[in-house]
Write a protein that binds this ligand. Structure first.
Ligand code: SF4
Length: 210
């Protein structure tokens, strides 16, 4: 169990799952770079959070819902939580996370919505089997099943993110394809920094060689 003072932002999990260096730059070094893509994403989230509540007979929708988990040590906000009325009259939460782009091959977005579900389970003492991701570019909603694999992956990422933030360290850059989608590429300079490290390593090997 974490103390209230030790909670980290739920969004840090998504940053860590995408790239631990990106997570450290944002959460340890408070670096943020607004690109066209992040601005579009931010506006989309703000629009969603500005809504308040919607209600139908068997469905209630709440926007910008505060979340917290002392087990995972997380605090944050969910874009949308749908509450579906069950046969026994109770309401089952169903988190829906809004994303600007399109579905991706990795689990980064799924981990974020799964972390929201784990927070809700702890807050409301329920078991949530499914949630969804809504993608702005395709205007489609993808269902996400919170199976045991996704749950353990999310818990593992939460632990690793806590360790990284507590260490205060920023891992060195390692250029890969994901860097081309990263809003921090201009700050991180993965290709230049990697080359510098290689040159530094070469010079130090030369100096130290007998
Ligand atoms: S540019 Fe690449 S290495 Fe640097 S933070 Fe982004 S994803 Fe990570």
């Amino acid at each position: 169990m974490y103390d209230m003072d030790d909670l980290i932002q739920l969004s840090a999990l998504q940053h860590f799952a995408f790239c631990p260096r990106q997570c450290a730059l944002i959460h340890n070094e408070q670096v943020w770079s607004e690109s066209l893509l992040t601005a579009e994403g931010r506006l989309m989230h703000e629009r969603v959070h500005d809504e308040r509540q919607e209600s139908r007979r068997n469905l209630r929708i709440e926007f910008g819902v505060p979340l917290r988990s002392l087990i995972l040590g997380l605090i944050g906000k969910a874009d949308v939580i749908e509450f579906h009325r069950l046969e026994d009259g109770s309401w089952m939460p169903f988190p829906v996370e809004y994303k600007r782009g399109k579905p991706k091959a990795d689990d980064v977005d799924k981990i974020q919505v799964c972390a929201q579900a784990l927070c809700l389970e702890e807050m409301m003492n329920v078991h949530i089997a499914n949630g969804a991701l809504f993608y702005g570019r395709t205007r489609r909603r993808e269902d996400v099943e919170f199976d045991s694999l996704l749950r353990s992956k999310t818990e593992e990422i939460a632990r690793a993110t806590h360790e990284l933030i507590a260490s205060g360290q920023t891992p060195p850059p390692a250029y890969s394809k994901r860097c081309d989608r990263c809003s921090l590429i201009e700050v991180c300079l993965p290709k230049t920094m990697q080359k510098k490290r290689t040159v530094k390593g070469y010079l130090s090997r030369m100096v130290n060689e007998p």
